[in-house]
Ligand binder design. Structure first.
Ligand code: ATP
Ligand code: MG
Length: 562
């Protein structure tokens, strides 16, 4: 292959100061083909250029080459714009010792001289083939990398390819920012793994929040200092090699159950929030809000997930009220509520005629009590969720009956038009906790009623497919902003459209989703394209033989309406 590509100067014209490149050459011609355009571009950029040569391409041979191929460059040799020297003059002291600090001091002085002489920086091409000992080579290149990023210097280090295996070359390339590779029409600067790490590191160093970067298999790529510090680690290896190991080392568990800390779930779920609990050797019990974001891959950075951690250990307890408190208070409220319910039922049954006005007031008291019951149930459930003590008691039940029962209190509600789309005769057997399913449905239907203006429609549907039932409550109410469709499931989160206009606690959907997931199902919100909200509850069912009832005019309004 001809190594002098036509676009030979392209990558060398705009090298950022601090760039440190390596190049593996096969023979003299390869070396000349890379170094000459590199130096020529430096001269044109007003950089002082130094070519440090080693056997067998010594300074004498290098000067001869320049004179022959580029007489105009040879002319610059006399003017101090371009210098060609043998490596001993730069790298070795009077005792023929390779003293790294002395070499770096020398480069520092050369940079200052170049700047003082009116140049824009220093461009070095250096042959390190003479430095056989890899520990010294590594130490030098490592320190040069750090040095070069502080100074207006660019460097191309060339190594003979002969006698090096791939591991050797990879190790050398890691000590530089780029590897120079020939291609048919131009040279390519390929970022080395080090370059990628440096980009991450500089990004992470600016972060005060904990950040973990993992690849799509869950392997930990890097972490911010704050994250290491949170888990009492001085090195990345302290976290474990992947998220599974990290999770088991620090007892990580997901509080919401929304995303479990296994890589597969993180990978498939990008761009979500979650709450994690963990045990840190240095900080004890931690509660962390985790924003998980998928970063788009590009030429330098492969596909990764960014996990940004906010330490909410103290906050959460204050903001969300301790689980014990919630449980005690809500439990205490349950008894008087039950007594009031019994009294209301007694009053209703002792009235001879439901048409008399006082019956209406009793109805009103009844529905207020239902609301209080719902809030107390949600508070009790939140206390259980926060203490990890939620229990469900699954039995064989009919989802259709549960749905009809949950709709019951609203059938006499004249404010909305309920439209049932499912077949009231068809049973949908499932193993569920009927009390919990009622709690979910009551929350969802109550929201539809609360957030839908009077006179508007609310549709209720029950669909079966692939062993899953889908209970759908759709309304043409005020809707949820698309950016909040997920957030409304957070504890105490209330939507921007409702928080100032409607009363509420912000627990209904949080508790309901948790309970749905405990049943192996899910609960989510969608925007209704024509305006309004669609809430969907999926639950596993015992059979999928059930056909979906055909929606038709005859079915509509069967549930009730004003
Ligand atoms: P509560 O805990 O007393 O039920 P809440 O209704 O505010 O209070 P959630 O039921 O958790 O709490 O609902 C959270 C938020 O989601 C609501 O504040 C509201 O902004 C939004 N939301 C829920 N359902 C609907 C709906 N059908 N239409 C419009 N917004 C809704
Ligand atoms: Mg609600």
């Amino acid at each position: 292959m001809d190594r002098q590509p036509s676009g030979a100067y392209a990558p060398f014209n705009n090298l950022a100061k601090g760039t440190h490149i390596c190049y593996f050459y096969a023979n003299h011609k390869d070396l000349a083909d890379a170094v000459v355009p590199y130096l020529k571009a430096g001269v044109e950029n007003n950089e002082r250029c130094i070519w440090v040569c080693a056997e067998p391409f010594d300074a004498e041979a290098a000067r001869a080459l320049l004179r022959q191929e580029h007489p105009e460059l040879a002319g610059l040799l006399q003017m101090g714009h371009l210098t060609v020297v043998d490596y001993q003059q730069v790298y070795l002291t009077g005792n023929s010792e390779f003293d790294i600090s002395a070499v770096l001091d020398r480069w520092s002085a050369e940079v200052s001289d170049a700047i003082n002489a009116g140049f824009d920086g220093l461009r070095v091409a250096g042959d390190l083939s003479w430095l056989r000992s890899s520990p010294s080579l590594q130490a030098y290149e490592e320190r040069f990398c750090a040095f070069s990023m502080q100074e207006p210097i660019v460097a191309l280090c060339f190594y003979p390819a002969a006698g090096r295996d791939h591991i050797d070359m990879l190790q050398i390339s890691y000590m530089h920012h780029f590897v120079l590779l020939p291609s048919q029409s131009s040279w390519h600067l390929v970022p080395s793994a080090r370059h990628r790490d440096l980009i991450w590191q500089s990004l992470l160093d600016t972060l005060t929040k904990g950040m973990l970067v993992i690849d799509t298999s869950g392997a930990i790529i890097t972490a911010s200092n704050r994250f290491l510090e949170l888990f009492g680690c001085t090195a990345l290896s302290g976290l474990g090699s992947d998220v599974q190991e990290f999770a088991s080392r620090f007892n990580v568990s997901s509080i919401t159950g929304r995303v479990r800390p296994e890589a597969a779930h993180l990978v498939s779920s990008g761009d979500v929030d979650d709450y994690w609990r963990a045990k840190s050797p240095s900080h004890g019990d931690l509660e962390l809000l985790v924003n998980i974001k998928a970063a788009k891959p590009n030429a330098i950075i492969p596909e990764v997930l960014l996990l940004i951690f906010h330490d909410i250990t103290g906050l959460r307890t204050r903001d969300t009220i301790d689980g014990n408190f919630l449980q005690v208070v809500s439990h205490e409220l349950k008894n008087p509520i039950q007594t009031m319910r019994a009294i209301i039922n007694l009053m209703k049954s002792s009235l001879p005629d439901p048409e008399i006005p006082v019956y209406k007031y009793i109805q009103l008291a009844d529905s207020c009590l239902s609301r209080i019951t719902g809030i107390v149930e949600d508070l009790l459930s939140t206390g259980q969720i926060n203490k990890d003590t939620t229990v469900i008691n699954p039995v064989l039940a009919d989802l259709k009956t549960l749905l009809v029962e949950a709709l019951e209190p609203y059938l006499t509600n004249p404010r909305h038009m309920f439209i049932r789309r499912f077949d009231k005769q068809r049973s949908v057997p499932a193993i569920v906790d009927p009390v919990r399913i009622h709690q979910i449905l009551a929350n969802v239907i109550n929201n539809a009623v609360k957030y839908t203006p009077p006179g508007k429609r609310i549709w209720v549907d029950l669909l079966i497919s692939d062993g899953t039932a889908l209970l759908v409550v759709e309304d043409e109410g005020i809707g949820i902003a698309p950016s909040e469709l997920e957030r409304v499931f957070d504890q105490f989160y209330r939507g921007s459209k409702t928080r100032d206009k409607f009363s509420g606690v912000g627990l209904g959907l949080y508790v309901s989703r948790f309970l749905a997931r405990m049943h192996g199902g899910d609960l989510w919100a969608e925007t209704r394209p024509q305006g309004g909200t669609v809430i969907k509850l999926s639950l596993p069912v015992l059979t999928d033989n059930l056909e979906n009832p055909q929606e038709g005019e005859g079915m509509k309004c069967a549930c009730s309406r004003d």
